[in-house]
Design a protein around this ligand. Structure first.
Ligand code: 5GP
Length: 125
């Protein structure tokens, strides 16, 4: 069910529970500002999600309320995950869904990293 990204943060969303260790994930990276793990339903040979450790509903929320340190730390973590996985030379795609038209399903900001094959057109036509 797509989420309304203007709603307040829900502490019990699935990614909040993963951050607290209540639900397992296939972790690939963690630091003070970000956690990265494999998507449970991969849409590409490599499909990793990177989430901020802070409580932000979406990119909209994070870009408005996140501190400079959180934003810098998160952006650097996304780049580091892709570099460490060897994605830079073949290429990769970042995607963040925000709100109903994008079909955001989990109300905690996540950036999808897709890689491992030619990824085709930017959007389904
Ligand atoms: P959205 O549509 O919100 O941008 O993407 C949510 C993503 O979270 C989907 O790609 C979905 O497969 C993934 N996802 C949902 N629940 C879980 C979970 O419990 N664990 C993991 N690793 N990924 C999940």
């Amino acid at each position: 069910m797509p989420v309304d990204a203007t709603l307040p943060y829900d502490d019990n969303n699935i990614f909040a529970r993963i951050l607290r260790g209540e639900i397992p994930c296939r972790e690939v990276y963690r630091d003070a500002h970000a956690l990265a793990f494999h998507d449970i339903n991969p849409q590409a040979p490599t499909h990793i999600l990177v989430i901020p450790t802070g409580a932000y509903v979406s990119w909209d929320d994070f870009s408005a309320r996140g501190s400079e340190a959180e934003i810098a730390g998160f952006v650097r973590a996304v780049g580091e995950v892709a570099r460490a996985a060897g994605m830079v030379e073949p290429g990769y795609r970042l995607l963040a869904n925000i709100g109903p038209d994008s079909h955001q399903e989990v109300p905690h900001l996540h950036v999808h990293i897709f890689a491992g094959r030619p990824l085709g057109p930017m959007l389904a036509r």
